[in-house]
Every structure is written in C-alpha cells, then in structure tokens.
Ligand binder design. Structure first.
Ligand code: NOJ
Length: 553
C-alpha cells in the first residue's frame, strides 16, 4: 500500500481553545490567540491538532453541550478567525481535527427549544421522548454521583426526554434519517472550512438504538459506513477518530472488516492496562491488551494516549486491579471520580518523577498506533483538585512566568491558572523549559522527532520479544525490510536482560541506539542490555543504513 494515509504516522496534539491563549483579554482563549501559538506547536513537531469544542455553547460541559453546530462561540472569535487559524495550520503542514459532538445537543439548542414547546415541531422527532418515566431511567448513567437519571421530565413538552449524559444534554434521535442527514451536513460544513476530520464524541451512544422501550440497545454499525463514505466523497483524506471505549471483540465492527467504517479509534483497552502495568511494574496486562486489540484492517489505526481531558477511566479493570492503580496514582478520594477513574494529570500521578514521565511517554510513543499528546503534558503540567469533576485537569496552558502564566491579561481566566505548589506556572512553564536543553519540553521535542522517523511503529507489524522478565517490555516492529526494537523497564530497580535477534542475517548484528551512543553488539548471537530503573531504549536492528535497505512494499 502507498503510505500516504497521513494518520498512520501522525503525532496528534489535543487542546482546547478555551485554555490555550486569550488575545483580547476577556479571560477566555480564542482563535486569534491560538493562531499565535501555532509556531510553538510546529516547533515541537506535532503533525495534527485535535481541537475540542469551540461552537456556541452554554459551556456547562466544557463545550460538549453545543447550541449551534455551524458557528464559533463569540468568546472564542468568529468563523473568520477559525478559517484564518485553519489556514495557519495548513501553511505549517499541520492537520486539523475537530470534535464532532452529535450524540446530543445542548438543551439551549434551538432544535430542542422548538421540539419541547411544540409537539408538531419538525424537530420533535429529533429527540427521544416518553410520556412515562421508563423503568430503567436510573440505569446507564455515565457520570454516577453527579448525574441521577437518563430520563428527565420537561414541563413544556409534558414528557420525559432521554439524555445519556447530563440532563442539559438531550440525546439526538440518531436513527432518524433527518438527523443523520444533518450530521453529514455538519461534517461537510467544517470540511469546507479546512479540517481534515473529526474526533467523534461518544460513538457507541451515537449508533445505539434509543427509546423508552429499548432494554438492550443494539449498535447500528452500518451508520458508521455512511459517515465514512460521505467523508471520503467530500474529501478523500478526511478521517474520523472515534471516542469508543468498547470491548476488543467489537473493534472490528467499528473499523469494518475491510476498513470501510472508522479510520481511527482511541485504544481505551490499552490505556487502562498501560496504567495497570505502570502501577504494578509488570508488562503482562499491557501485552494482553495489545494482543487483544492487534487485529485491524490495514487502513485503520489506533490512537494511543496517556491522559486526556476526562478522567482516566479504569472501568474495564477488575476491582482489585483498579484498586492497585488507585493506590499507585490516585489514592485520595478527591483524586478519583465517578467510582471508576482518576482525574489527575499525568505529572502529579507520577509524582513529577522525570524518569517515570519519560518512560510513560516513550512507551506511549512506541505503541502500535498514533500517539495523542494532551496539551501541557509536554511541560509536565499539574492539576488543581479544588476544581470540580474533570475541570481540575483543564487549567490554562502555562506559557511563561508572566501573570496568569501568559495565558491572559485578564485577572479572571476561564479556569484558574495553577499558581501554587510545585506545578505552579512560576516553576512549570514553556518559556523556561524552552531555554533549558535538558527540560521535559526539549526531551519531548526530540522524542516526537524520533517517533516520526520510525514509521515502522505506525505502519508495521509487531511482535513481543522474550527477555526473561515481565518487568521489561520488549517489542519489535517490522516494516519494509526495516526493523526497530523498543525496550521499557517498568521496574524501579535496574534490570539486565538478554535477548536474541532471530532473523537469518541478524544474529550478530548491532542494535543501534537511536537516542544515545550506547549501542549493543551481540556476543554469540545474544545481546546483554542493562536498563536503569524506568529505563528505555529504541534500537534499530542492524545499524543505521536502514534507509538504503528499505523496500517499497
Ligand atoms: C465524552 C467527552 O470526552 C466528555 O468530556 C463529555 O463530557 C462527554 N463525551 C459528553 O459529550
């Protein structure tokens, strides 16, 4: 296959316009400000941006409650500003993905307002209603402890409406062909304005059957093919990156056996087991999750991440496993959320330990798929646990030691800037790390650069190499006659491993270290490698003339 599927070897950066930079001093980030930071993003080497919702919204769920799909919230700028920004991305060779939040609207959306007050409204059937409260109204809530029910009574409509998430997010009736047509129209609109695709919110709920009499909702997977076909007719290289926290045995339903459905999905199975592996210093749970999610069509790709804007969802782990991750990374009750996850940012979870942060990011970058980095993680930003629910990890980007971290001139930013403790902007900010060659930021830039030069990870096939201890994860990627080997020591102790490279001409060859001078020469066909606590290595198998050897297929 010609390797021009851009997302197969991309490095994605996730950010929210609200917290990135505020150019007009109202305390809220905007597109003009964000556009001024594009050189920074190009500089760290990311190749695609995933922009969280910026459309008009009451902003009760960080913008995931949209009141107009065809606009920009005035606090973030205008459609004109968006287009300038999209052009700025294009000029720098960066792709732009935006959130597509169509499982539900805001209750302030004109469709919902019309639907609730008028039974004859053309929008009535765009939502899900019930005269009586369905028997299962208290089950299936996504935010337990905060959300009480999935059905809420509406006085004006004289009926209950269904909402998978908060009560201000009425679910759209996505089985309704008119709603489906509108979803395509929304995609078409933003494609026309310069995006390369969508991070599609809550996909399993978008495609689920909905209604008061539905007991066990079935997924309508073919809906995904419709979305994908439309995208490709309009713009051949556009993609959907799905948020679908699903069990591995349904992965192929989402990708489609011939890759005819979704191009990308976040790999939640690997994410949860990666944290279990880090917590227990044991690669086995991660290996198992990678094996379970290995199968996918060639055109499909996993998105791998460490933390995102939500809680670290550990809901798929067994109780004891989840307790083990809680104990390691979020022992206090206020660090946990919804009974299933941890709401902290990565750096505090790993106690700011640079060795562990590098290990975690090196590991993520070498998982079979495309890495997705959360803004601020590249400088090791912290969280503010005084903020409610997931807001603690959504604080403004820390640019400098200027007031409000250089995010805004306003004294009241949309969310408080972290200004106390070891993660305060006085200590953790871009400007200072930019000047320090040994900073996390400069390390991140180097590792991103290296990741892009190792397309074997994005495109190739992988196998696990036995090194005699589960404390160390050893993976080999092969692609087009080239091969890389990645080692990660999950343990807090030094580990020595021995391994053999199996290929015919490879028995005695050198493993060329891509990140330092410390290469490994085989002795009698065996490599002896000493990994320091939380150490990692990226090797090219058989030296650095690999590009001379790379085949075309
Ligand atoms: C998933 C998003 O990631 C989350 O932040 C949001 O609250 C829900 N979907 C509802 O849109």
């Amino acid at each position: 296959m010609i390797n021009d599927l851009w997302y197969k070897n991309a490095v994605v950066y996730c950010l929210s316009v609200a917290t990135y930079m505020d150019s007009n001093g109202d305390g809220v980030g905007d597109f003009v400000g964000l556009a001024r930071r594009l050189d920074y993003l190009q500089g760290i080497g990311v190749t695609a941006l995933w922009l969280m919702p910026f459309q008009p919204s009451p902003f009760k769920d960080d913008g995931y409650d949209i009141a107009d799909y065809y606009g920009v919230d005035p606090r973030h700028g205008t459609l004109g500003d968006f287009v300038e920004f999209a052009h700025g991305c294009k000029q720098r060779g960066m792709r732009l993905l935006i959130d597509l939040v169509v499982n539900h609207t805001s209750n302030q959306h004109p469709w919902f307002k019309d639907a609730r007050r008028n039974p004859e409204s053309r929008y009535r059937d765009w939502y899900i209603w019930s005269k009586r409260k369905p028997g299962n109204a208290n089950s299936g809530v996504v935010f337990p402890g905060v959300q009480k029910s999935t059905w809420t009574y509406d006085e004006a409509a004289k009926a209950y409406y269904f909402h998978r998430f908060y009560d201000f997010q009425p679910d759209l009736n996505t089985s309704n062909p008119e709603v489906q047509a509108e979803i395509l129209k929304i995609m078409g609109f933003w494609l026309q304005l310069g995006v390369s695709g969508f991070r599609m919110d809550a996909v399993p709920f978008v495609i689920a059957e909905k209604g008061p009499s539905i007991r066990k909702p079935q997924e309508q997977y073919e809906m995904l093919r419709g979305f994908s076909q439309f995208l490709n007719w309009r713009q051949g290289d556009a993609i959907i990156l799905a948020e679908a926290n699903v069990l591995p045995d349904t992965d192929m339903e989402y990708f489609g056996t011939a890759g005819e459905r979704l191009q990308m999905m976040f790999n939640f199975e690997v994410n949860q087991h990666l944290f279990l592996a880090l917590a227990e210093g044991d690669s086995r749970p991660l290996v198992k999750a990678m094996r379970q999610t290995k199968r996918r069509p060639t055109t499909a790709q996993w998105g791998h991440f460490l933390r995102n804007h939500d809680e670290l969802d550990l809901g798929r782990l067994k109780t004891q496993e989840r307790e083990s991750v809680f104990a390691a990374f979020g022992p206090e009750p206020d660090m946990q959320l919804y009974g299933r996850g941890i709401r902290r940012r990565l750096a505090p979870m790993l106690q700011g330990d640079r060795r562990r942060l590098e290990l975690a990011y090196s590991l993520m970058m070498t998982l079979p798929g495309t890495p997705v980095i959360r803004y601020g993680d590249e400088i090791g930003m912290g969280d503010d646990l005084r903020l409610r629910e997931r807001n603690c990890a959504r604080t403004p980007m820390q640019w400098s030691t200027e007031p409000c971290a250089g995010f805004t001139k306003n004294k009241k930013p949309i969310l408080p800037v972290i200004c106390e403790g070891p993660y305060g902007f006085q200590h953790v900010n871009v400007a200072e790390q930019r000047r320090d060659p040994n900073s996390l930021l400069n390390w991140m830039e180097r590792i991103i650069r290296m990741r892009k030069e190792v397309p074997e990870i994005g495109w190739g096939d992988f196998q696990f190499i036995s090194v005699g201890t589960a404390k160390v994860l050893a993976m080999r990627y092969n692609w087009r006659n080239n091969s890389v080997l990645c080692l990660h020591n999950l343990d807090s102790a030094t580990r020595e491993v021995r391994l053999r490279i199996q290929g015919d001409d490879e028995r005695d060859c050198i493993l060329a270290n891509l990140l330092s001078d410390d290469h490994s020469q085989a002795e009698n066909g065996s490599h002896r490698i000493v990994l320091e606590p939380y150490g990692y290595r990226w090797y090219r198998v058989c030296g650095l003339d690999y590009l001379l050897k790379r085949s075309t297929i």
